[in-house]
Design a protein around this ligand. Structure first.
Ligand SMILES: O=P(O)(O)OC[C@H]1O[C@H](O)[C@H](O)[C@@H](O)[C@@H]1O
Length: 295
């Protein structure tokens, strides 16, 4: 894999590092994700950086079944179970995590990405969320790509409704970054509390030089992030929406685990299904995928 690597925590199934080369410098793997130097890695709170997994609600809960949940749900703050290596060959290496049981003491377990992980209701989850489900998270690393897949199986006898999102923190120069393929989309502007409707994106290239928190609906699931020193392509499957977030100093300085000036070093372009809910029938498995690729 010419030196590409990734690190995945069982806590939250959170990828915290992805190093890969690109077309300018194929033999020089570089870190592609931002991780705050103040991120708390002892399992007491979600990780500030990398790729936290958002499930079953995005932001504050809006579904009656999610009323007792915190912002972005519980998947990012539970310990997942190691599920083994799915694939390991010249093309890439793939691992699975699942959530199966509750562990009170969480440590910074670093796992070389060559295996997989899952999550099922635990007493702690059941106290705030009565639905039955099984989650699996599969990370796949190849030379220039990192894919993350969330499998949601409805293990109950009733309909299961949820939201899901990959909250990536792409390492990039926030003052220079431009995002393509959002033009003409409708979006909900979370920074503008005076306007509750949808706005229409007029820009061919979206920047994040100002505090940005935009939820684009029914997006093309293929985006490009570019800045003078690099670029990344982001693709998704079954994640029809995409969130662009950079808090800048306005909101970033109020985030306890954000390093000073950290907002200058990332942009979040988060594929998700977050406007409305995915609806699954008993026994059905839904799979949402994000693919990040260096260019
Ligand atoms: O601070 P967190 O709970 O990790 O959320 C961080 C951010 O996540 C998403 O990008 C939301 O759109 C933002 O509104 C939120 O501030």
């Amino acid at each position: 894999m010419k030196g590409s690597s990734a690190e995945l925590l069982l806590y939250g199934a959170t990828v915290i590092s992805w190093k890969a080369g690109d077309s300018r410098d194929p033999l020089e793997p570089r870190e592609r994700l931002f991780l705050s130097s103040k991120a708390v890695l002892d399992g007491s709170k979600p990780i500030r950086g990398g790729i936290p997994v958002v499930f079953p609600c995005f932001g504050a809960p809006t579904h009656p079944e999610h009323n007792l949940l915190g912002q972005h749900g519980f998947a990012r703050s539970e310990t997942w179970a190691w599920g083994g290596i799915v694939m390991d060959n010249d093309a890439g290496v793939s691992v699975r995590l699942s959530q199966g049981f509750s562990i009170a003491l969480l440590s910074r377990e670093l796992i070389p990405v060559n295996g997989s992980t899952a999550l099922e209701p635990t007493p702690k989850i059941a106290a705030v969320y009565q639905k039955l489900f099984r989650l699996e998270f599969v990370a796949t690393l190849s030379e220039h790509q990192l894919s993350t897949d969330l499998h949601v199986k409805n293990t109950s006898s009733e309909v299961l409704e949820f939201q899901a999102l990959f909250h990536n923190y792409v390492r990039a120069s926030a003052h220079e970054v431009l995002i393509r393929h959002l033009q003409n989309l409708e979006y909900f502007d979370k920074t503008d509390s005076s306007f509750q409707g949808l706005k229409t994106e007029t820009r061919a290239e979206v920047d994040v030089r100002r505090y940005t928190d935009s939820v684009y609906e029914n997006a093309p699931q293929k985006y490009e992030i570019t800045w003078p020193a690099g670029g990344l392509a982001v693709k998704s499957t079954r994640l029809k929406d995409v969130v662009v977030w950079n808090p800048q100093a306005d909101a970033g300085s109020k985030i306890g685990d954000m390093e000073e000036g950290g907002w200058e070093h990332f942009v979040c372009l988060e594929p998700g299904y977050v406007r409305g809910f995915v609806s699954t029938q008993p026994g059905e498995t839904w799979i949402g995928q994000q693919v990040l690729e260096t260019v």
